[in-house]
Design a protein around this ligand. Sequence first.
Ligand SMILES: CC(C)(COP(=O)(O)OP(=O)(O)OC[C@H]1O[C@@H](n2cnc3c(N)ncnc32)[C@H](O)[C@@H]1OP(=O)(O)O)[C@@H](O)C(=O)NCCC(=O)NCCS
Length: 155
Amino acid sequence: MDSGNGAPFAASAEGNGHQPFRSAFIVKASNGWATREDLTFAVLRKADAAYVGMCGVHPARGWEFGYWFGKAYWGKGYATEAGARIVAFAFEVLNAEKLAAGWFYDNPASGRVLEKLGFGACGEEARSCLSRGSDVQCRMVVLDRAAYMTRKSAS
Ligand SMILES: CC(C)(COP(=O)(O)OP(=O)(O)OC[C@H]1O[C@@H](n2cnc3c(N)ncnc32)[C@H](O)[C@@H]1OP(=O)(O)O)[C@@H](O)C(=O)NCCC(=O)NCCS
């Protein structure tokens, strides 16, 4: 993974009609490191440096973890592998006490990724989804430092 400076995001090949959202996201991710309001990493495939997605954290509920991966790259373990690096970054570099995340109820693959990373259920809420233009029910999960350390020492 590499820290996001904007350029990797502009290289996305996903032509899905979400250009306004994508542009806003690129600006937010580019500025986020300076303000520490959005610490986003580009995820590059080791074999050929293809830009496959992003993941990162921002300060909310302690710290909150999020990610996005291009459709062509789903089902290859990338979200889990990159997510594990971000979880370690949160606890070991940012010294987070807990890490929150949420997954939309109709995206169980995302729930599975978070489960594999050690997150446990902690509630539900409706969250705004920019690309759908509406609120979507979101399952909230959390991983605290003690649980992270237990998993780390067991691995
Ligand atoms: C969530 C997402 C990013 C996962 O990325 P990924 O790189 O394919 O994830 P991984 O390959 O690391 O792991 C996916 C897991 O979900 C499982 N899975 C896939 N489809 C599933 C489904 N319909 N129900 C339950 N589990 C499912 C896979 O079997 C795998 O688990 P396993 O290793 O135990 O077999 C991607 O599948 C996706 O839905 N993207 C939508 C757009 C996006 O990026 N959203 C951001 C997340 S909110």
